[in-house]
Design a protein around this ligand. Structure first.
Ligand code: IMP
Length: 416
């Protein structure tokens, strides 16, 4: 572990290589112990990061998974869109588990707010899409797209608005309400929206970082270690993903640096998180999606239901061209291969290695191992076919698979 930690350097990012839900939370949680600042950069409560500690499941949507570690500074970056009641709910849940996060929580004042009306607009837009083209995006309905629409339109509310008094807030939101109602048919509960902000102010007023960029930069310049937990994943990136079936933020390593205001050269390593197979929620292309019977088996074994929405995930096989593409964009230095044990019962494991002239995926079939790998902690203890599977990924990507997930728990991980 020591050697691996030193290879990660001062600033490391954890970035999904597929369509999210790769299991970024667990490696973030494990590594958080060894870093001083844990940051989330962009996205919002569309994320659902699950970690299991001592048999207890924790799901975080806005706070980074590392927040369970006492004493770590938790930083929510300026690229995020934050639904205040959700954040307060997470803070309260942690408090009930005996963790008071507020004194070490910093929130960039220029992060945007997701208002309740953004969630309603999200649902209304999905409805319009299904009537128009018949094709919903399958969003999480957490208001992410509409909040980023407001941001790009320069009409958004930001965390700094918590500073404003009630009357000004009411006027701002009332000013938006008419437009929202006439455009989307969504009615805005002005009183509730104002209350959400005022309630949040009571808890969070000391956590707002008005100089967020210089504050994080100072941590960096003073040699503190920073772990960035990416949200969503590369193929959901607004620019580089499978547009329009993407989220509305940047989900890549450079996107995360930008969202935090850290300089490009600050990143010393980037861990690509890749599931041993592949899943996707929502609509959009998925070339290695498995036939129903195989998909059902993977879904049940892997518990592939959305942590945020409970939706069943589409399931299929690992596609190397996808992870190679993600490697180009993110400059990965290490892999975290997750959920290897979900493949334990497979006879053969197809793995996409390229595309034929007809555009269809070309697969190689690797032999399955048909024994349990659950909870294994040493690479050498894995069955030879599982080792072969991992070597195959390393050879085709030129990167070491340094972390291998073999179960849900914090300890069920091979680290090499
Ligand atoms: P939105 O981010 O809610 O607008 O959803 C846009 C697309 O991204 C949908 O296909 C969602 O299912 C997907 N998505 C957003 N966040 C996540 C995530 O954390 N994991 C997996 N898929 C996500």
């Amino acid at each position: 572990m020591e050697k691996l930690l030193s290879s990660l350097g001062q600033v490391s990012a954890i970035i999904g290589a597929q369509w999210g839900d790769e299991g970024k939370g667990k490696v973030t949680d494990i590594l958080s112990e060894h870093f001083q600042v844990i940051a989330r950069a962009s996205g919002g409560a569309n994320a659902g990061h699950t970690i299991v500690v001592n048999g207890k499941k924790h799901v975080f949507h806005l706070l980074p998974s590392g927040c369970l570690h006492e004493g770590k500074k938790i930083f929510l970056g300026g690229g995020m869109v934050i639904h205040l009641p959700t954040l307060l709910g997470e803070i309260e849940l942690l408090r009930q588990s005996g963790v008071d996060i507020v004194p070490r929580l910093r929130i960039a004042s220029h992060a945007h707010l997701v208002m309740d009306f953004h969630k309603d607009i999200d649902a209304a837009l999905e409805e319009m899409r299904s009537q128009g083209t018949g094709s919903k995006l399958g969003t999480t309905k957490r208001g992410i797209g509409p909040a980023y629409m407001d941001k790009a339109g320069r009409t958004g509310l930001r965390v700094e608005h918590l500073e404003m008094d009630e009357k000004v807030l009411r006027e701002i939101i009332e000013g938006k309400a008419g437009f929202i109602e006439s455009t989307y048919g969504v009615s805005v509960n002005v009183k509730q929206e104002v209350k959400n902000i005022l309630d949040a102010k009571e808890t969070l007023w000391q956590s707002i970082a008005y100089e967020a960029v210089s504050e994080l930069y100072d941590n960096y310049a003073n040699g503190q270690t920073i772990l960035i937990e990416g949200a969503q994943a590369t193929l959901l990136d607004i620019d580089h993903g499978t547009y329009p079936y993407v989220t509305s933020s940047t989900t890549t390593a450079t996107g995360a640096l930008h969202a935090l205001g850290l300089p490009p050269q600050s990143l010393s390593s980037c861990i690509g998180v890749v599931k041993a197979y592949c899943t996707r929620v929502g609509s959009g292309p998925f070339f290695t999606e498995a036939p129903e019977e195989d998909a059902n088996r993977l879904r049940e074994r892997g518990g592939e239901y959305g942590a945020t929405t409970g939706r069943p995930r589409r399931c299929g096989w690992l596609n190397l061209p996808d992870v190679q593409y993600a490697t180009m964009i993110n400059g990965y230095t290490h892999w975290n291969l997750t959920k290897l044990d979900v493949l334990d019962e497979e006879e053969n494991i197809p793995i996409g290695v390229g595309y034929g002239q007809d555009g269809q995926v070309v697969y190689e079939n690797l032999p399955g191992w048909k024994v349990s790998t659950a909870g294994i902690k040493e690479f050498e203890e894995l069955p030879s076919q599982a080792q072969q599977y991992i070597h195959f990924i390393e050879e085709h990507t030129g990167l070491p698979v340094s972390f291998i997930g073999t179960g849900q728990g914090r300890k069920e991980m091979i680290i090499r």
